[in-house]
Design a protein around this ligand. Sequence first.
Ligand SMILES: CC[C@H](C(=O)O)C(=O)SCCNC(=O)CCNC(=O)[C@H](O)C(C)(C)COP(=O)(O)OP(=O)(O)OC[C@H]1O[C@@H](n2cnc3c(N)ncnc32)[C@H](O)[C@@H]1OP(=O)(O)O
Ligand SMILES: [Co+2]
Length: 133
Amino acid sequence: MITRLNHVAIAVPDLKKAAAQYEALGAKTSAPQDLPEHGVTVVFVTLENTKIELLHPLGENSPIGKFLEKNPAGGIHHLCFEVENLETASKTITDLGARLLGNGTPAIGAHSKPVVFAHPKDFQGTLVEFEQS
Ligand SMILES: CC[C@H](C(=O)O)C(=O)SCCNC(=O)CCNC(=O)[C@H](O)C(C)(C)COP(=O)(O)OP(=O)(O)OC[C@H]1O[C@@H](n2cnc3c(N)ncnc32)[C@H](O)[C@@H]1OP(=O)(O)O
Ligand SMILES: [Co+2]
């Protein structure tokens, strides 16, 4: 059911500076992409075995904005795992007693795939995103 780690998302106060650090280490980075529906600007850092998703707030009500208020230097924001069947995984998550954000209605994520998020307070204090593989 759960397969790969698709990405580790890091909220950053300075997207250009964060991307430059990974580039200096030889990683391939994408151009910044605005995702207004998610309230973020994202740069993907592509590694051999996974991706880093560098996130910066976009717009007033960005979920990243509040996170950066609490963590001004930035920090790991969420993990994203791929699942073979998002509907089955969503049912398992709720059967385990974890809330799904946005009442569990999948959104279309940055890879144009359906995604859901489990509430961090119900998942070992970690915000976890599940993406349909
Ligand atoms: C989908 C596009 C792209 C992709 O990869 O495809 C992305 O991933 S975009 C990512 C941005 N979108 C989201 O994060 C959507 C899901 N997030 C949310 O709905 C909120 O951020 C939420 C509900 C996790 C937190 O909302 P808010 O910050 O308004 O609530 P609180 O500050 O009151 O937090 C409640 C409670 O949770 C703790 N918290 C908040 N964020 C995180 C986090 N990233 N990791 C761990 N814990 C987190 C916060 O500290 C509060 O705990 P408390 O003990 O009550 O202080
Ligand atoms: Co993500």
